[in-house]
Design a protein around this ligand. Structure first.
Ligand SMILES: *Cc1c(COP(=O)(O)O)cnc(C)c1O
Length: 481
């Protein structure tokens, strides 16, 4: 069994084994004609169930053959131009290479003595990101597992900086379109459900700063403490960007921590043409970025950045076995001192390889392309009498619904749209997402694949219309019989 351990003696086996796997995936990608096979959990479960984990196959080839059946054949392929579902991106090849390297070397980013150069690479990428944001000379941050964790850490720092033991008094203000991780974090931080004050959005789905101002004033009048304002730079549903300069001014006036959740919109940091959409982000106390959303990085790759690196001390704990206090005096760079995690992947390497091969402009141009595509898709939807589209996109998301020509009840339209989404998924022809707007069922394209064309969007809209009409036709027949 030692022959399976990766070391000097097995370098050749490693080369053959990984190459074989790479060949399979490359063949699969080249042969993929649809984003999804349409298989149901019930259809696939027996195949996975039938695998006896206590009876190994003994060879890479056999395990890869089996993997074809249990995974590769029926996976959902974000690489396909008609995957228009969630905030998942196709990945760039330099990042995938980085992933292979970081797994093989297996550095752990908690302490210098487990990571050496990796720590410096991560730190340089943090500095690069804070530089792009404009957070100033004291800025710092750390890679995380995702936007959810980044938001949690940012709000932990905000809670500690608020400087009160009376957690019941703390309030967080975020738009009604902000990510649910804000609510979750408040709960985890012991703030309770009423702690998050949802601020209504305008027609463009941006936080209304006038209402924010009023809520802040009310908060102060009631003797409560405005702990943080969370501005979203790219809401998950609409890609809308809250008015960052106005929010920054209010945060300063009320002494509230300003957190910008740019999990989605962070791609603008690299955009050659749209960086101005993030103007005001430089005033933030903390920022969440998800490289695995708009930097075309594999899951996971995210970071939390802070204006004042000293605030990261709220996540610092010392263990004699790992990062004893003396290591601070000795200036040993232990990233665990800044992180909620202990053992931690070297995700930064993926972004490093991406920037070293393609450059930031290369990434930003890809993100620009999908934003342009969303613009074109909006024109298409706005001109199509079959569809109602919610807002003109700032980023790369389109939220819309099918509206039948003949009069039907709103509930029936909801069901037709939901049916269309499910039928499309079952067909595997395309994958779209769904959401609710003002209580009604809508559909959503999240465009993150520069290979998707306007013709793809038009074709998928025709498919959706076909499914919706089929549903409405069938229910009519049922009603008549
Ligand atoms: C996706 C998203 C998150 C959560 O990020 P994960 O990486 O999925 O944990 C947080 N905020 C916004 C605005 C998001 O779009």
């Amino acid at each position: 069994m030692r022959s399976h351990l990766l070391n000097d003696a097995t370098a050749d086996r490693y080369r053959r084994s990984v190459t074989e796997g790479v060949e399979r995936v490359a063949d699969q990608l080249a042969a993929t004609r649809r984003p999804f096979s349409g298989i149901t959990p019930q259809e696939l479960a027996p195949t996975v169930d039938a695998v006896d984990l206590d009876r190994p196959l003994g060879s890479t080839s056999a395990a890869l053959d089996e993997l074809q059946d249990v995974y590769l054949r029926d996976a959902v392929y974000f690489h396909h131009p008609r995957y228009l579902g969630h905030l998942n991106c196709p990945v760039v090849i330099p990042a995938v290479l980085g992933e292979a390297v970081l797994s093989a070397v297996n550095s752990s980013l908690d302490t210098w003595d487990q990571s050496a150069g990796a720590t410096l690479i991560e730190r340089k990428l943090i500095d690069w990101t804070t530089g792009r944001i404009g957070l100033g000379p004291l800025a710092d941050g750390v890679f995380t597992s995702g936007g959810t964790q980044s938001n949690l850490q940012a709000l932990l720092l905000a809670r500690e900086e608020a400087g009160t033991a009376d957690l019941a008094k703390l309030r967080i203000f975020s738009s009604e379109c902000s990510h649910f991780s804000v609510q979750k974090s408040a709960q985890l931080l012991g703030l309770g459900r009423e702690a998050v004050v949802p601020i209504p959005v305008d027609r463009e789905k941006r936080m209304q700063s006038v209402i924010l101002a009023a809520e802040l004033a009310a908060c102060r009048a009631e003797g409560l403490i405005p702990m943080a304002i969370v501005a979203t730079a790219g809401t998950t549903d609409f890609g809308s960007i809250d008015p960052l300069p106005e929010i920054a001014a209010l945060a300063a006036e009320y002494g509230a921590w300003m957190h910008v959740d740019a999990a989605y919109g962070c791609g603008l940091l690299a955009s050659p043409t749209r960086r101005h959409l993030l103007d005001g982000i430089e005033h933030a106390d903390s920022v969440t970025v998800d490289y695995h959303k708009s930097f075309f990085q594999p899951v996971s790759s995210s970071a939390v950045l802070v204006r004042d690196g000293a605030t990261l001390r709220h996540a610092t704990y010392h263990a004699d076995y790992l990062n004893p206090r003396r290591t601070v005096a000795e200036q040993i760079p232990n990233q665990v001192d800044k992180s909620l995690q202990t053992t931690r992947r070297f995700d930064a390497l993926k972004l490093w390889m991406t920037l070293r091969v393609m450059g930031a402009d290369g990434v930003g141009e890809l993100f620009d392309e999908v934003c342009d595509l969303a613009r074109a898709g909006f024109e298409l939807l706005a001109a199509d009498p079959r569809y109602d589209v919610v807002v003109q996109p700032q980023l790369s998301t389109l939220v819309y619904r099918y509206i039948p020509a003949h009069v039907t009840s709103p509930a029936e339209i909801d069901r037709a749209n939901l049916y269309a989404r499910k039928a499309l998924f079952a067909s595997g022809e395309a994958v779209v997402a769904g959401t609710k707007v003002d209580g009604r069922q809508y559909l959503k394209f999240t465009l993150l694949n520069p290979e998707t064309t306007v013709a793809d969007i038009a074709a998928v809209l025709d498919l959706i219309a076909g499914h919706a009409e089929q549903y409405l036709g069938e229910t009519l027949v049922h009603a008549a019989s």
